[in-house]
Ligand binder design. Structure first.
Ligand code: NAD
Length: 287
């Protein structure tokens, strides 16, 4: 399949490379001039979009997605599929899908979970929104770049699933950090806390798989001086998107709102560039 790929950053470059390695003819474009392994370089977004059966975007935010969409949608051939894998606001995802469908294209919003490691290994999780037909066209590509795909519903449903998941993750990580910080002050051994919680009702991904306490549980960024992983500023981006969405539909998310404030404060105090689990170090006063 002829595939265009726009946004060859930390995530996009390895995703595009995996499609090329699987035998697809991939042409990529990034304003920063970045390239990806085995991916041909296009001179513009428009050129990457012209003549492709599927065009994938992996961009920083909704405003940039809308700008790029204005440029590429008129260049794409009717019947082809626009797949946005960026994490953006639900509103932008729906607007771009409507614009694409008006132009006779199929559209899927399909943000991912799994980070740079998952993008490189081809083990991402895709959460997709769009028509059944659009989803089925995109599915074989998701299966190359990822390990698990969920069709969440209509356009925008993928982004909605992503921000609900990440709001919950932000909250659960903060709770996990607080529990480990409190345990330390109570002279409770971290390993003992892990042994109890990971098999009790407090068990969650933040404890069992990605424990913020160094030396405890499976290997995680805490064991690598909190190098991301998933950077705190990306968590803040997703929490802000969750709050924007909550405000738009008048949903009560008091914990999501507090988590947004806490990550904002953490970043202001020097947390930028550190893994989002480094909140534990800040709570301990260790950096
Ligand atoms: P990144 O900043 O490394 O990559 C974005 C790329 O888009 C950059 O290379 C940039 O030059 C390019 N770009 C910006 N404007 C452009 C334009 N007008 N035309 C063409 N290219 C343009 O970011 P990333 O880490 O690869 O993340 C991409 C998306 O994936 C974001 O929406 C992010 O929230 C989401 N995401 C990231 C992670 C992660 O762990 N990094 C995990 C899940 C989801």
């Amino acid at each position: 399949m002829k595939i265009g790929f726009i946004g060859l950053g930390n995530m996009g470059a390895p995703m595009a490379a995996n499609l090329a390695k699987a035998g697809h003819e991939v042409r990529g474009f990034d304003v920063a001039g970045t390239v990806a392994e085995e991916v041909a370089e296009a001179a513009s977004a428009r050129e990457a979009a012209t003549g492709c059966a599927a065009l994938i975007t992996m961009l920083p935010n909704g405003a940039i997605l809308r700008h790029v969409a204005d440029e590429i949608i008129p260049a794409m051939q009717p019947g082809s599929t626009l797949i946005d894998c960026s994490t953006v606001d639900v509103e932008s995802a729906r607007a771009v899908a409507a614009q694409a469908e008006d132009a006779g294209l199929q559209a899927v919003d399909a943000p991912v979970s799994g980070g740079i490691g998952g993008a490189t290994a081809g083990t991402l999780t895709f959460m997709a929104g769009g028509s059944e037909r659009a989803f089925n066209t995109a599915l074989p590509l998701f299966e190359i770049m990822g390990r698990k795909t969920v069709h969440c519903g209509a356009p925008g449903a993928g982004q909605a699933a992503k921000i609900c998941n990440n709001m919950l993750l932000g909250i659960s990580m903060l709770g996990t950090c607080e529990a480990f910080a409190l345990a330390e002050k109570l002279d409770l051994d971290w390993q003992k806390l892990f042994d109890v919680v990971s098999t009790s009702s407090g068990a969650c991904w933040s404890v069992n798989t990605y424990c913020p306490a160094p030396g405890i549980g499976p290997s995680s960024p805490a064991d690598n001086d909190y190098k991301p992983g998933f950077a705190a500023e990306l968590m803040l981006k997703d929490l802000r998107l969750s709050q924007e969405a909550a405000e738009a539909v008048d949903a009560a998310t008091p914990m999501g709102s507090r988590a947004t404030e806490l990550y904002q404060a953490f970043i202001k105090a020097g947390g930028e560039g550190r893994d989002f689990s480094a909140v534990l170090a800040a709570l301990r006063g260790a950096g």
